[in-house]
Design a protein around this ligand. Structure first.
Ligand SMILES: [Zn+2]
Length: 166
């Protein structure tokens, strides 16, 4: 059996898979996605592909009130941050693709705020360990996101959220 390099215990440095300008690595916090080149604010970083499902899980990205996307790697391994460097813009086919929310340097971990796509999170009281100075302390969602954050994320959240009741 060929060994999956993501599970190769013999070398930490070989534990990665490249996707063009991005790379998935295993870190102390689990899988994470890193940039291999700089991106400017507003630049497309990652198009998302995956299957549509009606059930939310820890990997899915919400695309409509009752629709979620089960993303393929590397999008599957994007971690949440309360101070993210990615945001989303909904494509013409209704899929939220990832764009640089602020300037990204080569080597930076790529993160987005799950509240940029999730209207509600089933386990929204899960403690957030993103480590950002402005960490909200728990994994929130759009419905309960403070107004100041919604303003800050303007233009970088899933389109369907703008039509949802608050
Ligand atoms: Zn946080």
């Amino acid at each position: 059996m060929p060994q999956n390099p993501l599970h190769d215990p013999s070398s930490r440095s070989s534990a990665f898979i490249r996707f063009g300008a991005l790379e998935v690595r295993i870190t102390e916090r689990g899988y994470a996605v890193f940039a291999l080149r700089p991106f400017k604010r507003g630049e497309l970083v990652l198009r998302v592909m995956g299957e549509i499902t009606d059930e939310q899980d820890i990997y899915t990205i919400q695309i409509a009130p009752d629709q979620h996307l089960q993303p393929l790697p590397p999008a599957k391994f994007l971690n949440h941050s309360c101070n993210p460097n990615l945001g989303v813009k909904t494509s013409r086919d209704g899929i939220p693709d990832f764009y640089a929310f602020r300037a990204i340097a080569s080597g930076d971990e790529l993160t987005f705020d799950y509240a940029m796509t999730e209207y509600e999170i089933v386990a929204s009281d899960v403690v957030c360990r993103c480590g950002a100075e402005q960490c909200r302390g728990h994994l929130g969602a759009w419905r309960t996101l403070p107004t100041a954050w919604r303003e800050r994320y303007r233009g970088f959240v899933a389109d369907y959220l703008l039509d949802m009741p608050l």
